[in-house]
Structure formats: structure tokens, C-alpha cells
Design a protein around this ligand. Structure first.
Ligand SMILES: [Zn+2]
Length: 148
């Protein structure tokens, strides 16, 4: 029989991931919603100008392009199939619309989606957003864990 001991744990306050993602989607700091999140098209600021929250350790990496590909793929392929079924478009019209729509949608969605991903990372305290170093595996183990 296992005995469970519930010791008091110092847990950090939970962050609202919905508002953090929403602020990121709008290009605002996920913490305060006031400062800008990007200083370039896809380059986040070093830290929020309004609240000082560091952003340099975000690691959105490849997730924003994957999300954008999924969204744009569903819109473009769905639209193409609907146009094929219900409209009698020429091949030239298809070739004019779908590649251009793909490029425009991808460019329009990339920054908001990256902001949303950074907002999610902030909300769940990933990659240094929890106040601890971004790579805890590189930190020395505390004395209570070290083996002698
Ligand atoms: Zn801020």
C-alpha cells in the first residue's frame, strides 16, 4: 500500500493562456498586452518596453510555419476543390488565384501565429518564461540530488 504525502508546494500563479495567446496574436506582449512583441516581421523584441518581460529566450522555432501551413492548406485546398466542383473556372484562373492566395495568406498569418505561439510559451512558462534559466539541464544539480 502506497502512502501519499501531500507537502505544501510553492507553485507559481497560473497564467491565463487564452489572453496570452490573444495578445500574442495581436502582436502585443503576452504578459501586459501593452508593449509590442515584434521589432521586425518575425523578430521579437528583446524585452517588453511596457512591462520589461524578457522575450529574447522565446523558442517558437518551427511551430508557427507548421500551424500556418495547416491553416492555409485547409483554406486553399478546400477552396480549390469547391471551385472545381461548383464553378467552371479555366486552368489559367486557377493558376492565377490559388498560388497568389497561398502566398498572401501565409504572409498575413505568419506574424500573428508566431505571436500566439510565443504567448502560449509565456503562459505555460516554457523556455525561461517562468523566471528560471532556459536550459535547466545545464545547471548544476542541487546538493540534495547530487550523488556522492
Ligand atoms: Zn509587457
Amino acid at each position: 500500500m502506497a502512502i501519499q504525502i501531500h507537502a505544501p508546494v510553492n507553485r507559481p500563479v497560473e497564467r491565463d493562456w487564452r489572453s496570452a495567446i490573444g495578445r500574442g496574436l495581436r502582436g502585443c506582449c503576452p504578459r501586459c498586452g501593452q508593449g509590442r512583441l515584434f521589432r521586425g516581421f518575425l523578430k521579437p523584441v528583446e524585452s517588453c518596453a511596457a512591462c520589461g518581460e524578457p522575450m529574447h529566450h522565446q523558442r517558437a522555432d518551427d511551430l508557427p510555419p507548421y500551424v500556418v501551413i495547416t491553416i492555409v492548406g485547409h483554406i486553399v485546398v478546400g477552396g480549390l476543390l469547391l471551385a472545381e466542383k461548383y464553378a467552371n473556372w479555366s486552368m489559367g484562373l486557377h493558376m492565377a488565384i490559388w498560388p497568389a492566395l497561398t502566398v498572401l495568406l501565409s504572409l498575413a498569418l505568419m506574424q500573428p501565429v508566431k505571436g500566439g505561439v510565443i504567448g502560449l510559451q509565456w503562459a505555460v512558462r516554457m523556455h525561461g518564461f517562468g523566471g528560471e534559466p532556459a536550459s535547466p539541464e545545464r545547471q548544476p544539480l542541487p546538493p540534495s540530488v547530487q550523488q556522492s
